[in-house]
Every structure is written in structure tokens, then in C-alpha cells.
Write a protein that binds this ligand. Structure first.
Ligand code: SF4
Length: 547
């Protein structure tokens, strides 16, 4: 993986950089990170594929300690965990970085509003007189190119990034705009219907039909007349409703721009999108969005104060920021608050053992049951994920559940689902809960979800037939598939509709009230009453204004 790295000059605040333990020196002078199977081999000044770890002074350091992309209180069912303190609230947060090849770019045909008119982003790269080649792509230096920002200003395009990509793209469709094809983590400027003045930079994957995208009025020079029908006019900008977000798989080049403007925005083609955030050199911009700062103690205190039963390391995989997650879990444990890892399970044995000593629960994303899928869609491998699952079962007391996001035609065949669920039953036992979720967790599309409910139900039936006792359908209204049943007397013990709890027929220690059978999981008294709410919270001073 040595060539999937890049030198960077941007340096986060000093307190964010900490030494790490899992690395070793190589004969050629490089240093290898041993946290995940990517095994990035780095020269000083280079970052690993996850970008938040990198080599400095002959050792691997973490560059995102104590920094977060934001905090939210969620129902624990949203992680998803159905057998872990049901009904309670969890303080969720993430940092930046991903070790499964997350990308932050736009498709080649995306039009960008430049001062020379609408131009394809691929053409902007091709037309750069000077290009710096990198493995898998390059950086173009365009000279005198200028683009329009969301503030209506002209700003210099400092760089055009290109790299190869294999994975999901989202087609973002808003009223009166052509669709934009972009990677799920690419950020666009949007506001929620409930507070249209609060425009933020939001990952495409988090957009719902409650969001409105921003079209600045000032697009002089584009020669484009925007039809304002169906938009909300705020004076400086038009707000257009997100109509649909659809997923597609893609292999090929993707692109992004670095804009020389404090706002870090440009228009694609009319709506405001965030400055470059691709995974290599420009991914340093993702670090810019780590605007909230909180020490482990502050986080644990906040969870305590806000009445959360647990803290979840989520949004991005805590594997890559394990030092921060572990210190936070320690601080939480001292206050009686549990810690939850939401992870893809892509981790090496030694750091994995240390990491899970501090976790109380985990939801592991088992993306598919073929190496082909892992290689093609995530650029990773299946075997290490299965090892993590077996490790959790055999060598820890961590409560864990598994999630498989079903993508039609990719990982939802009867044969694959049969093999996946047989493996779980054989190697992990029948009591590990399995969630089949519809693509994508947070989307509220106007038409049917991309994954039909029938697919989730079919998958659930296959898993039940293979002996799994707790199989759930997720992100759909499906009382039968979302509820927990006693495997002995078949009483419905916990009724769920999406994240909402209904009927409750468990004892305080998790036994069936009818037949007394013990239900596996972590149960402590009656269910919590957090409900389905999602509440954004601000814990500490911002380190900079990124939204
Ligand atoms: S955590 Fe994984 S992706 Fe990140 S630097 Fe280490 S080996 Fe590379």
C-alpha cells in the first residue's frame, strides 16, 4: 500500500497528534502501520490510506486525536444494536478517515461553473498544463482557471485532482437541477426544511428529502438562467429540495477541485458543493471539517450529563482512531457509561485485542460474503473481517451484532445469503443477531427504497432457515422483521417499528416473561424511553468554522 499515500504539508493542531504503538520499521527506511491489513508503508511526511495516521519522525502517529466531525444523540437501535440496552440513547461521534477506500469525488461528466462557462470536470483536469502524477491518478495545476463559489465570488482553482475509483456513487437529484453523480462522502451545502437558515456542509450519503440544496443567485458569467419555479428564494440563494438519492456502482476516474477561497466551495453545476476532499493529498480538507474538539473526559462527562447509556464510535471506523476511542472508552467506563464500536472489522490481531478490551459492544459490518465484493467495492478483503467476528465470539465478552447492507444484484443472491448465514450459524452460533438493512440507512426517498422490502424479507427467511434466531430487517417499516421473538415459545418479546419500541415482554434481566428463556444480550431493567429522536449536540469550542 506504500503507493496509496501522499506527502502533506498541512498539519493539524499539536494536541491532535499522538504517538501510536502498532508499527514497525522496514529495511528501506520506511515505517509500516500495523493497525489494519492495509499495512501502509510510509516515508516521513506521508499519510496512510485512512489519512488520519501517518509517518513522522520515523514512527506512525495519529493526527486526529480529540477532534470530531460532530456529535449526535441517537437511539441505540440506530447503530444498529437490538439486544444492547434497548430504548436507550447513545452519544455518537466520528472523526475522519476510513481504511476501506472511502473516496470523496465527482464523476467525470460533472459540470463545474467556471468563469469560462460550464466545463466538464474531467476536461478541467485534462487541460491543466502541469500535472503531477500519482499512483492511480494525479494533481493538475490549472494556472489561471477560476470558478464561482457559493458566495457568488470568483475564486482561483488551485488544483484539480483525479484518481481511479471503484465503488458506490450516488446520483443526487434535486428540483430543477441535473443529477450530480458523486461519492457518498462528498459534501454538499444543504439546509433542513425545519431550519432553512442553517446551511451546512453535509455528506451526500446523509441527505434526505427533507434537505434543500443551495443555488447561489450570483452565477454571473455562466450564461445560465435558472428556472426558479419550485425553489425557495432566500434572497442571496435559491434552495432546491432533494427529490431522490440513488446508488450506483462505478469503476473509473473521479475528480475534485481545490478552490483558493476560505469558503472552499464551488458550483456543480449550479448547486454549491464542498471543496476537494478526495482520499489522498486533498483529504487533508476532510480534517478541516473536524471542527469539534473534545477530550475523552469531556466526551464522557457530556454523555453522563446528557443521560446517554453509551457512547458510539461511528460515522467513520474507530479502527483508524483507536487511541482516541480507547481513551474515551476508559473515561466512559469510569463513569459507568458503555462504549460501542461501529466498525467494518478490518483490523490486525494485536491492535484488535487491545481495542476490544475497552469496548462493551460492537456492530460489525459484514458487507458481503465474497472476496470479489470486498475487493471491487471496498478495495479490501473479506477474510480479516471474518477473523474479527470469530475473535469477538471466541475471545471476548463484547456484545456484538452484525449488519449486512443488501445491494440488489451485488450481494443479495440466495446462494450468497445462504453461505453467509450458514457461516454465522456454524462459526458464531445461532444467537448472534443479524441485521439485513436496506440501502441507505438515512435516506427517505419519495419512491421505493433501492433495496426492495421483499429482498430483506427473503434474506431474513434464509437466515432463519439456517438456524439463526435473531434476524432483523432494518431501515424499513416491518414490525415482523424488526421485532425480537422468543426462540422457545415464539412470543413477541420486543416489538419494533424501525427504531420505535412497542410491546415489551422481557424481564429486567432479559428473560422471556412467558417461558423464562434467557435472551442473549445486555439488558438492564425496563427499556429506555429515548424514542426515535436524533439530536445534534455541540460539546465544545469549535476549532474553526467549517460549515
Ligand atoms: S490504519 Fe490501516 S489504512 Fe490507516 S495507516 Fe494504518 S494500515 Fe494504513
Amino acid at each position: 500500500m506504500a503507493d496509496e499515500t501522499e506527502s502533506v504539508s498541512l498539519r493539524p493542531p499539536e494536541g491532535s497528534i499522538v504517538d501510536t504503538r502498532y508499527w514497525h520499521l522496514l529495511d528501506d527506511g520506511r515505517v509500516q502501520c500495523d493497525v489494519c491489513p492495509r499495512a501502509c508503508k510510509l516515508h516521513d511526511g506521508q499519510r496512510g490510506l485512512c489519512f488520519v495516521r501517518g509517518a513522522e519522525a520515523g514512527r506512525i502517529k495519529l493526527f486526529s486525536y480529540g477532534r470530531s466531525s460532530g456529535f449526535c444523540i441517537d437511539p441505540i437501535e440506530k447503530k444498529p444494536l437490538n439486544h444492547f440496552l434497548p430504548g436507550t440513547s447513545v452519544l455518537s461521534f466520528g472523526t475522519a478517515g476510513c481504511n476501506l477506500a472511502c473516496k470523496f469525488c465527482l464523476s467525470p461528466d460533472t459540470l463545474v461553473a467556471t468563469t469560462r462557462g460550464m466545463r466538464r470536470i474531467a476536461e478541467l483536469f485534462e487541460s491543466c498544463a502541469e500535472k503531477i502524477s500519482q499512483h492511480g491518478g494525479g494533481i493538475g495545476l490549472p494556472g489561471s482557471l477560476h470558478a464561482w463559489t457559493r458566495g457568488g465570488k470568483q475564486a482561483r482553482v488551485a488544483k484539480v485532482f483525479a484518481h481511479r475509483y471503484s465503488g458506490e456513487l450516488l446520483s443526487l437529484q434535486a428540483a430543477c437541477c441535473p443529477p450530480i453523480l458523486l461519492t457518498p462522502n462528498h459534501k454538499v451545502f444543504a439546509a433542513l426544511w425545519s431550519d432553512l437558515e442553517d446551511v451546512r456542509s453535509i455528506a451526500a450519503a446523509e441527505l434526505t428529502t427533507d434537505h434543500y440544496l443551495v443555488i447561489p443567485r450570483e452565477q454571473a458569467g455562466n450564461g445560465i438562467r435558472i428556472d426558479a419555479a419550485g425553489t425557495l428564494d432566500t434572497g442571496a440563494a435559491l434552495l432546491v429540495n432533494v427529490r431522490r438519492v440513488e446508488q450506483t456502482l462505478y469503476q473509473g476516474p473521479v475528480y475534485n477541485l481545490e478552490i483558493d477561497d476560505p469558503d472552499h466551495s464551488y458550483l456543480a453545476p449550479f448547486v454549491a458543493v464542498s471543496n476537494c476532499q478526495n482520499w489522498d493529498m486533498s483529504k487533508s480538507r476532510e480534517m478541516d471539517t473536524l471542527a469539534d474538539r473534545a477530550s475523552p473526559e469531556e466526551l464522557a462527562d457530556a454523555a453522563d450529563r446528557l443521560g446517554c447509556a453509551s457512547v458510539a464510535f461511528t460515522y467513520n471506523d474507530p479502527v483508524v482512531f483507536m487511541e482516541y476511542a480507547i481513551d474515551t472508552a476508559r473515561a466512559c467506563r469510569a463513569r459507568g457509561i458503555r462504549s460501542v464500536a461501529v466498525t467494518a472489522g478490518y483490523m490486525c490481531a494485536e491492535p484488535r485485542a487491545e481495542f476490544y478490551r475497552h469496548m462493551d459492544a460492537a456492530n460489525v459490518d459484514l458487507k458481503a460474503f465474497t472476496e470479489r465484493f470486498y475487493y471491487k467495492v471496498c478495495g479490501g478483503a473479506l477474510a480479516p473481517v471474518l477473523e474479527t467476528l470469530e475473535y469477538l465470539k471466541r475471545e471476548t465478552t463484547v456484545w456484538f451484532e452484525i449488519t449486512t447492507l443488501l445491494i440488489p444484484g451485488e450481494n443479495d443472491s440466495d446462494d450468497e445469503l445462504d453461505r453467509l448465514t450458514r457461516w454465522i450459524a456454524d462459526r458464531l452460533g445461532p444467537d448472534v443477531p443479524l441485521h439485513f438493512t436496506a440501502f441507505h440507512p438515512d435516506w427517505k426517498m419519495l419512491d421505493k427504497p433501492r433495496t426492495p422490502s421483499a429482498t430483506l424479507t427473503r434474506a431474513r427467511h434464509i437466515a432463519l432457515a439456517n438456524g439463526l434466531r435473531y434476524v432483523y430487517t432494518g431501515n424499513v417499516h416491518d414490525r415482523e422483521g424488526g421485532s425480537t421473538y422468543c426462540p422457545h415459545c415464539h412470543t413477541r418479546l420486543i416489538e419494533r417499528d424501525w427504531y420505535e419500541l412497542g410491546e415489551w415482554k422481557l424481564t429486567d434481566t432479559g428473560g422471556c416473561r412467558r417461558c423464562g428463556a434467557a435472551i442473549p444480550g445486555v439488558f438492564a431493567g425496563p427499556p429506555g424511553d429515548w424514542g426515535t429522536r436524533r439530536l445534534g449536540v455541540r460539546l465544545a469550542a469549535r476549532v474553526e468554522t467549517a460549515r
